[in-house]
Unconditional design. Structure first.
Lengths: 123, 398
């Protein structure tokens, strides 16, 4: 894993957080996380920046912050926290934060998918 | 044979219902999960022993669901799951308590699996002990009930409420009261170098079980009454029958009482003291003792008479002063480990003491380093604002 990717995704986090070695269960959670990530992406694509301080965006962010923390999607978690706060305060940095979040979705998804493939290969 | 316990988890976020389901199944629960609370059939709610409820949900949120729970599952224990801020959460817990929802735990998202396990463990212990008390209720029903109107008739030296959280304890002492019509109303600091704290009204004692239950359920922490008692009093004929009868009259759960023997006592198996201890333990009362000798550890390893060994603050002070004192504490901890009895060190005042007790395998700790004595309201605030501390040593309960 490259240094940049390790900033985005910590593969050990889920095992430490859940204290499990059951990779099938971990895979289930990764897949559920991807569903949530896709929901967020679809929503952002459909409504664009106008969605940044909407209640729906707050809902998606709020939900994803917790699961990002559990799976170890570090940068995404950080970015979602910032956007949640920025949306509450309606700050001028909101467009920049929104774009950052957009940029983080793809590498996070790739990292999780790679992890799922790794688990599938080992099963 | 123990019956299967039923757990319901309600959270729109499948990610977290799966984590709860996985952990609960590992703890022996049957689990149902709902990601859409509108699909809930309220009449089925009474089937569940414990309900994990998310607060932030679209359409119907957790607070709205509390009304349904109150109506259809009044006996269920509830664990709240949330990532909302502490202040809002405190109000919700307060509200839940006021409408008689039994909140036994709070999981702050993102929670870890062991936090679920800890809540279920506490719930299991409570349920099992309650179950065993109920199983043997027939025998208890035959005890004469005329004997004792008030627990204080047995003149314990003092009573105290104690809360256990994340492996640490906080305690509130009450001096013995001369007025036997009610429990004592004053508290003083415990293990704070004999500097008494200002007197505080201790509602937890005065209101008896009702308030104790409220505190216990609000915080999700086990809370119990603690009575120190001389061995000769515990050895009185019919002591256990009379105590159990009095507890029954006051609707006081046996498993919420801890009797601490104030001096070492290693009763022969056929003595009245041993019979009384055994009878009380069978009903769920826990027996605690300070100090355990080598002889006792060797002769009673298969059937220890105690549930908890406490190492007093003086001994801890002595251990900090001299190598012989330290050796004595280490020996006690080793004997306790040999007997599989948990240990609690009292009067921990600094982090060095905490560290060496950890290293020597002590299970629980209390004292000024962890918290000074406090009233119930402060106890609640303290627990809500506090991050879990690392456990002392290994939890021998696994």
């Amino acid at each position: 894993m490259t240094a940049a990717l390790s900033q985005i995704f910590d593969r050990s986090a889920i095992y430490e957080n859940l204290g499990v070695e059951d990779v099938q269960f971990v895979k289930e959670l990764y897949e559920e996380f991807l569903v949530q990530l896709n929901d967020l992406e679809r929503f952002m694509a459909k409504f664009g920046f106008a969605s940044a301080n909407s209640p729906e965006m707050a809902f998606f962010s709020h939900r994803l912050i917790s699961s990002s923390s559990v799976v170890g999607a570090l940068q995404l978690e950080k970015s979602l926290k910032i956007i949640e706060l920025a949306a509450k305060n309606n700050t001028s940095e909101l467009p920049v934060i929104f774009s950052t979040l957009n940029l983080l979705i793809e590498p996070t998804r790739s990292a999780i998918e790679a992890e799922i493939n790794l688990i599938n290969g080992g099963l | 044979m123990a019956s299967t316990k039923h757990l319901l988890v309600i959270d729109d976020d499948r990610f977290f219902t799966r984590i709860v389901r996985h952990q609960a199944k590992a703890s022996g629960y049957s689990v149902e999960e709902y990601n859409d609370p509108t699909m809930l059939n309220p009449t089925r709610l009474c089937y569940f022993d414990i309900i994990f409820l998310d607060i932030m949900m679209p359409i119907i949120n957790g607070v709205q669901l509390m009304n349904t729970l109150r109506k259809y599952a009044p006996k269920a224990k509830v664990v709240l799951m949330t990532s909302i801020d502490q202040e809002v959460l405190s109000s919700i817990v307060q509200l839940a308590t006021e409408i008689s929802i039994d909140v036994v735990g709070i999981l702050q998202k993102p929670f870890k699996a062991f936090e679920i396990a800890e809540i279920l463990e506490v719930h299991n212990i409570y349920k099992n002990q309650k179950g065993s008390s109920q199983t043997s209720a027939t025998a208890q029903d035959s005890f004469p009930e005329q004997a004792m109107p008030n627990l204080l008739d047995f003149q314990p030296q003092f009573l105290l409420a104690t809360g256990k959280w994340a492996g640490c304890e906080v305690q509130v002492n009450t001096p013995k009261s001369n007025d036997k019509s009610q429990f004592p109303t004053l508290v003083k600091a415990h293990d704070t170098n004999n500097v008494p704290a200002p007197p505080i009204n201790l509602d937890v004692i005065n209101r008896g079980m009702a308030t104790i239950k409220q505190v216990q359920l609000t915080t999700g922490i086990s809370l119990c009454l603690w009575a120190q008692i001389p061995a000769e009093q515990l050895a009185l004929p019919e002591f256990s029958e009379r105590l159990l009868a009095a507890m029954k009259m006051q609707d006081f759960h046996h498993n919420l009482l801890v009797l601490e023997l104030v001096e070492p006592a290693h009763p022969p198996a056929d003595s009245q003291l041993a019979r009384n201890i055994s009878q009380l333990r069978a009903k769920g009362v826990r027996i605690s003792i300070k100090y355990v000798s080598r002889d006792y550890a060797e002769t009673c390893a298969d059937n220890p008479a105690y549930d908890d060994i406490r190492i007093g603050s003086r001994l801890i002070e002595a251990a900090n002063r001299s190598s012989s004192g330290r050796q004595l504490v280490t020996n006690i901890l080793n004997r306790a480990a040999q007997l599989c009895i948990p240990t609690t060190a009292e009067g921990i005042a600094d982090s060095n003491t905490y560290k060496w007790l950890c290293a020597d395998g002590c299970n629980f700790g209390q004292g000024p380093l962890i918290a000074a004595a406090m009233n119930v309201n402060d106890l609640l605030k303290w627990q809500l604002s506090r991050q879990p501390s690392p456990r002392l040593g290994t939890n021998i309960y696994g």
